[in-house]
Design a protein around this ligand. Structure first.
Ligand code: SF4
Length: 248
């Protein structure tokens, strides 16, 4: 006997249709629930107003800066006036790293623009460099209130941005300006006085440490030490240039 459609009992046919309809409805319901769950999970990961961007893989400092300039990952995002990414040549051979923006930097959105910045310009000129030839950045991109020291958790949160900056700029020499920068990058608590006057290695990059220009303004006697550090830096630059590791 044929098992064609015509021979199916109408009641059985109706029952089969109801089962099929309920399966479709149940499938749709599961899809809706699953979409709601994904949306809730995303909402947990994204705080309002936060830009979702990868933290690595940028091709230029400008592109990286644009992607992270609305950062609110730590409380300093709420108190800053301007985000201070860094300034200088995109592929600079020398990268100077300070600790955090101060009042003048926070207002202008550029690192080292106050009295300490003017002194840094003089230091650079003394070793025959200009700002346009080097790059200047900080450990933190936002000003700590009243210029207090950065907190460990602020450093930990912000440090990946500096790591990416270093990767993008790919400097041949790094110079830490001050204790916070030196100790953060070397992961040490050794006093700055003991870290100076020698070359360190930061992920294969020659790394030197000197006093922060703000400290030079407070303690005149540090200037002579800083000059010794800067002469070492210039000598290393000339050496790398003579070995064609740095190209003119
Ligand atoms: S200090 Fe760094 S981590 Fe904190 S809000 Fe500013 S950019 Fe983000």
């Amino acid at each position: 006997m044929s098992r064609g459609k015509k021979n199916i009992d109408p009641e059985v046919s109706l029952l089969l249709k109801r089962i099929a309809k309920s399966q479709v409805e149940s499938g749709l319901k599961e899809m809706v629930i699953s979409r709601v769950n994904i949306k809730r999970k995303r909402e947990k990961l994204i705080t309002p107003g936060q830009k979702v961007q990868p933290v690595v893989g940028f091709s230029s400092p400008d592109e990286h800066c644009r992607a992270i300039s609305e950062c609110q990952k730590c409380s300093l995002g709420a108190t800053r006036t301007k985000f201070v990414y860094g300034v200088g040549k995109a592929k600079a051979d020398i990268l100077f790293i300070g600790e955090a923006p101060g009042r003048d930097e926070d207002l202008k959105g550029e690192p080292f623009v106050g009295r300490a910045g003017q002194l840094l310009d003089k230091i650079l000129a003394a070793i025959k460099f200009t700002r346009g030839e080097i790059y200047i950045a900080n450990i933190l991109k936002c000003r700590p209130p009243s210029n207090r020291d950065p907190l460990p958790e602020e450093i930990q949160t912000c440090l990946p941005y500096l790591m990416e900056q270093i990767r993008i700029i790919n400097p041949k020499i790094i110079c830490a300006l001050g204790r916070i920068s030196a100790q953060t990058l070397l992961q040490t608590t050794t006093p700055i006085g003991k870290l100076r006057k020698q070359w360190h290695n930061y992920n294969g990059i020659p790394f030197i440490i000197t006093y922060h220009p703000a400290a030079l303004l407070r303690f005149e006697s540090y200037k002579k030490d800083c000059w010794e550090d800067m002469k070492m830096l210039r000598a290393k630059y000339d050496e790398l240039k003579s070995k064609k590791i740095i190209w003119p």
